[in-house]
Design a binder for this molecule. Sequence first.
Ligand SMILES: Cc1cc2nc3c(=O)[nH]c(=O)nc-3n(C[C@H](O)[C@H](O)[C@H](O)COP(=O)(O)OP(=O)(O)OC[C@H]3O[C@@H](n4cnc5c(N)ncnc54)[C@H](O)[C@@H]3O)c2cc1C
Length: 307
Amino acid sequence: MLPQIKEYEPLNKYTTFKIGGPARYFFEVRDELQLKYTLEFARDKNMPVFIMAGGSNILFADEGYPGVVVKLQFRGVSIDGENVTVASGVNLKELVFLLSRRKLSGMQNLCGIPGSIGGAVFGNAGAFGTEMKDVVKFATALNTETGERKTFSNKEMEFAYRESYFKKNPQWVVVTVLLKLEKVNFNVEKEAQKTLAEREKRHLQDVQAAGSFFKNPQAPEHVIEMFEKDKGVKSRGGRVPAGWLIEKAGLKGFSVGDAQSSLQHPNYIINKGGATASDVLKVKAKIEEEVFKQFQVKLEPEVRVVV
Ligand SMILES: Cc1cc2nc3c(=O)[nH]c(=O)nc-3n(C[C@H](O)[C@H](O)[C@H](O)COP(=O)(O)OP(=O)(O)OC[C@H]3O[C@@H](n4cnc5c(N)ncnc54)[C@H](O)[C@@H]3O)c2cc1C
């Protein structure tokens, strides 16, 4: 079956930010065949393609996207002992609960990260000391430019903090992911529930935002010392939390229009209702400027900014 073509489809309907103007063309695709159809469609129209899934880590422009936006809806999970093959559009939280009930351990710390398993591989999503790199054995991906299909090993995916080969080479679309988990005897579901409760305690999860806006940056020695003294904890890998820098720069709660650096978690830029992408970008620019001025630290967005 061919996917339905939508024209001038508002992208704010598909992102957790609830921001974004119309996509010239918009498709929701259920399988690789439908994906290939949309790629050919875009080629015929000589238009750029943007791939999305859960929309939980994207800021689209108010003007929208002047090309073809493809939302992946690939579904399906197959479990063979400790090896689990997952279609890239599967929701991460639903997957963690499904695996938990089968007493498959490894992903319970990731429970509650919004979005899809493919999006999580793309950004090497992580929480509470676990990252996707710890559980992904292989991923099969399709090259949107050449049509090549390739299976990448964990090493070939070049995972690093919120980084992967796919992030550096966005022409590749992850279609399936093979996870390596561990069969255990303890209550994995209870641990997943605990993770959810902990996330809610730290910051509200149903805010209109895209998670942490900036990556936690590498910082000079004097800034690390300041952080460790202030918080009484050790910096991890020479990085300090972006939220701490934003707060210290005096920008916790800073807002432009309805976009605000969250009072609860300053590294979340939240949409209080009517924020535009332009409002968010102004908050972003102010944070980058002040943090650089005060700490000589260059912040880098974690959110994919498509403007
Ligand atoms: C409230 C909240 C809390 C969050 N907490 C966390 C957290 O604790 N840890 C964390 O790491 N992140 C967190 N995030 C960010 C976000 O949930 C993750 O980055 C998530 O993995 C994105 O998945 P997605 O399917 O929504 O991707 P999308 O937002 O749809 O896309 C993000 C990027 O991934 C690419 N992409 C998506 N699917 C594929 C694919 N199959 N193949 C190739 N590229 C693809 C897109 O092109 C885009 O560039 C949070 C977000 C929110 C809103």
